[in-house]
Write a protein that binds this ligand. Structure first.
Ligand code: FES
Length: 104
């Protein structure tokens, strides 16, 4: 596992979504109502829309293009038309106020 600094926590809307790039990989960070922070791949598994431009619904994100939904904690598809799960990453908020994402 490698831990990467993703963004300062206070740069995330609360609640809301933020696109970040780490090592050429685009991620969608999400801060939900409870304050919990999640990270999944930003590119929709359906037709490559940017999920961070979509909508946060509880602990799910809805794609802005055709409204597929993904579980932020697991990356699982929760609504069609996407059929392929996305990747969810472990996140960690450091004492330095930075959101870190673990790549496997
Ligand atoms: S591109 Fe996301 S649902 Fe089609």
């Amino acid at each position: 596992v490698t831990r990467h600094a993703a963004a300062p926590l206070d740069s995330l809307p609360s609640p809301g979504l933020l696109r970040v790039e780490i090592d050429g990989r685009a991620l969608c960070l999400a801060r939900v109502e409870s304050g919990e922070v999640y990270a999944i791949d930003d590119v929709c598994t359906h037709e490559q829309a940017s999920l961070s431009e979509g909508f946060l619904l509880g602990c799910e994100v809805e794609c802005p293009l055709h409204n597929s939904r993904f579980d932020l904690a697991t990356g699982e598809v929760r609504g069609f038309p996407a059929t392929e799960d996305t990747v969810a990453y472990e996140t960690h908020v450091g004492e330095d106020g930075v959101v870190y994402v673990d790549f496997p």
